[in-house]
Design a protein around this ligand. Structure first.
Ligand code: IPE
Ligand code: IPE
Ligand code: MG
Length: 247
């Protein structure tokens, strides 16, 4: 039996840019959609690993606001995959006590898909073991803009004065504000960039990049990322000595 991980060394909130599906499929001489479909297994793996490790929140980048620029057949295949995944996976997630949410500008999706997302969110709303947020048509810049818009609306109707807007206030309107702060930001697929994911929330996240392509990412890969995270010293601008004496 393996020892239960020390909770202080486990990230409370993990976000993943699930990248590399296309290259995984290409290496197998299959269409890109084959890689996206294979990525579903990796999602199941990380959800199980997060439940086991005691991670409280998992945020997955499934479709960026820029991904609409891909060929229409790939975008269509991804939308069909979302529908299939919603129809097939929600029961199991619900059984595991997972609260499922979709974040991003959902207005861009067609009504049947939006309805499925709403149904899944409502069904799992009472769960609290693990919060899984799936970012679709999400962009970090969009997120900051929508928070600013809410602040501007509050000022316009006299609820707020412009001088009262500070980081803490704006943070309340950002997506995922009700979750623990983002501790660990993972990107699979070898690219070392954020691609417009969680720009505000990742300000002090620990970044972890791996060459593993998303469909190959499994529970052991997440364990390695968490072990790497546990070795980091989070200084938040202070010195190492200050951090050592504070703990
Ligand atoms: C990530 O894999 C999935 C989405 C962006 C929807 P990619 O499709 O970007 O795979 P690569 O980067 O081309 O290998
Ligand atoms: C980021 O991956 C988006 C998702 C994984 C959903 P991309 O493959 O779209 O990012 P770029 O194009 O390499 O920056
Ligand atoms: Mg990619």
């Amino acid at each position: 039996m393996t020892a239960k991980p020390d909770p202080a060394l486990v990230p409370r909130h993990v976000a993943i840019v699930m990248d590399g599906n296309g290259r995984w499929a290409k290496a197998r001489h299959r269409p890109r959609s084959f890689g996206h479909n294979a990525g579903r297994k990796a999602v199941r793996e990380v959800v199980e690993a997060c439940l086991r490790e005691g991670v409280q929140a998992l945020t997955l980048f499934a479709f960026s606001s820029e991904n609409w620029q891909r060929p229409a057949d790939e975008v269509g295949a991804l939308m069909r995959l979302f529908v299939r995944a919603l129809d097939k996976e929600v029961d199991e997630l619900h059984g595991h006590g997972v609260r499922l949410r979709f974040v991003g500008d959902l207005t861009a999706f067609d009504a049947p898909l939006r309805q499925r997302m709403q149904t899944a969110m409502a069904r799992t709303a009472g769960n609290d073991r693990l919060h899984v947020s799936v970012a679709v048509n999400y962009g970090g810049r969009w997120d900051i803009v929508q928070a600013c818009r809410q602040a501007a609306a509050a000022v316009a109707c006299g609820q707020l004065r412009a001088e009262q807007i500070d980081e803490a206030l704006l943070a309340q309107w950002m997506t995922l504000a009700e979750l623990p702060p983002l501790d660990l930001f993972i990107r699979t697929g070898g690219e070392c960039r954020m691609s417009n994911f969680l720009l505000w929330q990742a300000a002090y996240a620990e970044l972890y990049f791996t060459d593993t392509l998303w469909p190959d990412f499994d529970q052991a890969c997440l364990r390695r990322a968490i072990e790497d995270y546990a070795r980091r010293e989070r200084r938040y601008g202070r010195t190492g000595e200050q951090v050592a004496t504070a703990s």
